[in-house]
Design a protein around this ligand. Structure first.
Ligand code: 6LW
Length: 525
């Protein structure tokens, strides 16, 4: 009896430890690394969040949480080429700004393929497969859905106004004409519209100012969904464009979505970036969280004063920890984790986890990292400013012109590579190479013996340092490059840095393959 009593006590204690009742304070960003344009919805006790994926495949990562702070990726909404065709997709083209909503037992995800238009997919199981897309007539980016009764309203921004129409979300049919409803408060690029209803008001929240330093969130309301919408006299409700936040490590706050939690508190998710090395950011735009209250005139107030911080000293929902994506893999699982992505639609025959157990085998193609195509490349996001990533690999059946290694990749014109290159006479070189715009530069080249080699990149705010080892213990640093040249400010675009494993060949007859034994990403927080 005594034993049972103690076991019960222990169980109770463990439950309290892992499902902490405190829930006070959290750290922003809540999803780090390139995860922009967050949208969130609630289904029962569960919260789901999606972000943009541009030219990467699968498309639209989806996360689950019970407390809005701790998020676990549970899959992607667009996993099949029939849903997402990224053929010849330019860097930062492809999938922009998804919205997720839950209505009547179904999850809907609406997004833009920037070269094709807006579409919706739906599912009963957000961690499972989503439907084939239905395409919509109304143009403009940043589509959103608002459900009321049996009606579904669709907003997007064709031009400098937010437009509204009624649609059938299962067929894509547009039921009413597109009506302009609000143009914001005068900031450029009025976008990211979402409609919510509270206490008889329709609230239309948008972003303005562009995704850089002038980014802001504004809101208007109306008694009718079609307007006229009156602007909140206290707009913007979130921005870091003013003097008060000029030293804040978070900048560019905008593109937000609201959700009301189970305990009736309101929360906002938004994107922002964290400048490093002067005013350069590397991790793309990330997902942040802020509490929202409603003031006496029924307007939302974000985190007390319309700004957010890295350390948020606010009461949260009770924490429920989640399984975090692994930072280390020995490639002995049957599948790669959701954190691994391809560039455009991959040729799946070029990737295998089964041909040699415990290894990721890459097979060659003549498509280069610099092509608008899908090279043999699989990577994961750089999620921390300070990190070390190490992989061990070997190259087989290689001929002159075959090369394989680790790339620090922003886009086809902005990447730093550490690789093994096969040269003539059966020789092998370890090379560090930079691609910056039209410039391509070989920084180091050293001859190395055949066999396994360990490649390492260490990132800090200012530099990526490249080193290698032939025994896995002693590393030789051979090159150091500024982070800023592959930052969003220098290179442009909407994405963030990926760490990718690749293999390419000059020769279409090459049968080369590379076996990667492990990939270890160690954040330094
Ligand atoms: C997105 C727009 C934006 O469509 O950037 O910052 C665009 N906001 O809303 C691409 O992420």
């Amino acid at each position: 009896m005594r034993k049972i009593y103690f076991l019960c006590l222990l169980f109770l204690k463990l439950s309290v430890l892992s499902y902490g009742s405190n829930g006070v304070g959290y750290t922003n960003p809540v999803i780090s690394g390139f995860h922009p344009d967050p949208s969130v919805c609630k289904a029962g006790d569960d919260y789901y969040l999606v972000t943009s994926s541009f030219e990467y495949f699968p498309g639209v990562p989806i996360f689950h949480s019970k407390d809005l702070v701790n998020w676990e990726q549970i899959g992607h909404c667009l996993t099949r080429s029939s849903q997402l065709d990224l053929n010849k997709c330019r860097p930062s083209g492809g999938i922009y700004a998804p919205t997720i909503r839950y209505h009547d037992g179904l999850f809907y995800m609406i997004t833009t393929h920037v070269s094709r238009g807006n579409f919706i997919v739906h599912t009963k199981d957000p961690a499972g497969e989503w439907s084939e897309p239905v395409w919509l007539k109304q143009a403009g980016i940043d589509p959103s859905l608002y459900f009321e009764g049996d009606k579904c309203y669709f907003t997007s921004n064709p031009g400098n106004m937010i437009y509204l129409s009624e649609i059938n979300p299962l067929t894509g049919e547009q039921i009413t004409g597109s009506k302009p409803i609000w143009g914001g408060t005068g900031g450029r690029y009025p976008e990211a519209p979402h409609i919510y209803k509270k206490d008889g008001w329709y609230y239309l929240m948008i972003s303005e100012g562009g995704t850089e330093y002038a980014h802001k969130v504004t809101i208007a309301r109306s008694r009718s969904i079609y307007g006229p919408y009156d602007s909140n006299p206290s707009n913007p409700i979130l921005t870091h464009m003013n003097a008060v936040t000029q030293s804040n490590p978070i900048q560019g706050t905008g593109h937000a979505d609201l959700v009301q939690a189970n305990d009736s508190t309101w929360w906002m998710v938004c994107l922002a970036f964290r400048p490093q090395s002067g005013l350069h950011h590397l991790l793309g735009r990330e997902t942040f969280l802020a509490p929202v209250r409603w003031d006496k005139d029924s307007w939302p107030v974000v985190n007390g004063n319309g700004t957010i911080d890295l350390n948020m000293n606010v009461k949260t929902l009770p924490f429920q920890p989640v399984k975090k994506a692994s930072y280390k893999t020995n490639f002995d699982e049957p599948k790669l984790g959701f954190e691994w992505n391809y560039l455009r639609n991959p040729n799946v025959n070029n990737y295998s986890l089964t041909e040699k157990k415990g290894f990721l085998r890459l097979k060659t193609s003549t498509i280069k990292l610099d092509d608008i195509d899908s090279p043999t490349l699989v990577g994961r996001r750089q999620e921390h400013v300070n990190f070390t990533a190490t992989t061990s690999m070997n190259l087989f059946k290689a001929q002159k012109g075959d090369e394989s290694g680790l790339t620090v990749f922003l886009d086809k014109e902005s990447h730093y590579d550490i690789l093994i290159e096969q040269s003539s006479g059966g020789k092998r070189n370890l090379v560090v190479r930079y691609r910056m715009g039209v410039l391509s530069h070989i920084e180091s080249k050293v001859e190395i013996p055949e066999g396994e080699v360990f490649l390492r990149v260490k990132g800090t705010a200012d530099y990526y340092t490249f080193s290698y080892s032939v025994d896995g213990t002693t590393y030789r640093a051979i090159s150091k490059m500024n982070t800023r040249y592959i930052s969003s400010e220098t290179a442009g675009g909407f994405t963030g840095v990926f760490l990718g494993l690749f293999l390419t060949s000059e020769n279409s007859q090459s049968n080369a393959y590379a076996d990667f034994d492990k990939f270890e990403y160690t954040p330094e927080i």
